[in-house]
Design a protein around this ligand. Sequence first.
Ligand SMILES: NC(=O)c1ccc[n+]([C@@H]2O[C@H](COP(=O)([O-])OP(=O)(O)OC[C@H]3O[C@@H](n4cnc5c(N)ncnc54)[C@H](O)[C@@H]3O)[C@@H](O)[C@H]2O)c1
Length: 372
Amino acid sequence: MDNRSTNRRVAQLAAHLQPQIRRDPTAAHKTGFTVAVLGAAGGIGQPLSLLLKRCPLVADLRLYDVVPLAAGVAADVSHVNSRADTRGFHGPSQLPLALEGCDLVVIPAGVPRKPGMTRDDLFNINAGIVRDLVAACAKTCPNAVLNVISNPVNSTVPIAAEVLKDAGVYDPRRLMGVTHLDVMRARTFVSQSKGGDPNAIDVPVVGGHAGVTILPLLSQTRPFPKGGFTAEEARALTHRIQNGGTEVVEAKAGAGSATLSMAAAAAEFAHSCLRGLNGERNVLEHAFVESHLVPGCSFFASRVRLGRAGVEKVLGLGKLSDSEAAGLKALTPELSASIRKGSDFARARCALTSSSTAGAGSRLAAAPGLGA
Ligand SMILES: NC(=O)c1ccc[n+]([C@@H]2O[C@H](COP(=O)([O-])OP(=O)(O)OC[C@H]3O[C@@H](n4cnc5c(N)ncnc54)[C@H](O)[C@@H]3O)[C@@H](O)[C@H]2O)c1
């Protein structure tokens, strides 16, 4: 081997050991992004990591979990022949390494539902997990787009917003709760009931991500099915879309909630976020974001346009049928209470840490047990 080829080989090996980190999410014509999955060893995290490894816009994939299995998942996924460098990280001390330079952070960390539980029953455990992980993001990758999957999304997203505000890095365009599984379910169930290709059907699903707060707008289905929906069909479809998660929880009989369909939804949504960051125009998805659409709900899921900065525009709800308008009125108090519960939880913690760590810089990041 001559000197030139030896040098080239050494450079190749060094590049593999220390993959280039692409830091500027607003750069035009990017060819690859750095993406982290927090909770990568879990039921959603594993298939999501696999799907992201295949995503052509991912150049550097970081798989983080509190359990050491993260390293094994990363080793496994890394053998899939795509160009995304894949590395595993585990435990709070490695979290900053996993987050360094990230353009997008997807968060499925936390506990899932068991039969008989509502999403809100998960609050006590997952609220703290999301708060601590977002505090670490605020410190290490404040410009990253965050996709929050951990339930109850209606509360965990407001928690994330308060944590980011407290760290002084909140940009509502970059914080999204992932409700795309509700949209996928609506497409699937409407196509099963009325025919048509589920890939070509568009059904807006707005509101929140729990029970009656999930509001499918069947009257805006495109293409609109021949003969429309009878009142009974609309009622049954709405009920099934609202309870799709419970259908899976009961079918899995205590072994978890939706993981595979959720991973597919999260990967599709993450891909759309990256397409937007990459400068593609008119990328439309539904997400639970800061919103002024419905009085009393400072966060709301609706169609949004994604772009270089994250959510470029929150689109309107369109014309609702009478039953959808009644559904919107009925969901508002529950959604509003869940948002308040999340904000109050995070604010109480922020107030507590700011009084105990006054003058210590970023208050939440400096608080004990925050995993950063
Ligand atoms: N948004 C949605 O539509 C939707 C759909 C289904 C499930 N979920 C939610 O997603 C979450 C995960 O579900 P799952 O089935 O993958 O659960 P799981 O228990 O199989 O996996 C969760 C993973 O998170 C990890 N984890 C726990 N604490 C962590 C921390 N502090 N940092 C990093 N990782 C941590 C665990 O070790 C585990 O690997 C649950 O809250 C569930 O309710 C959301």
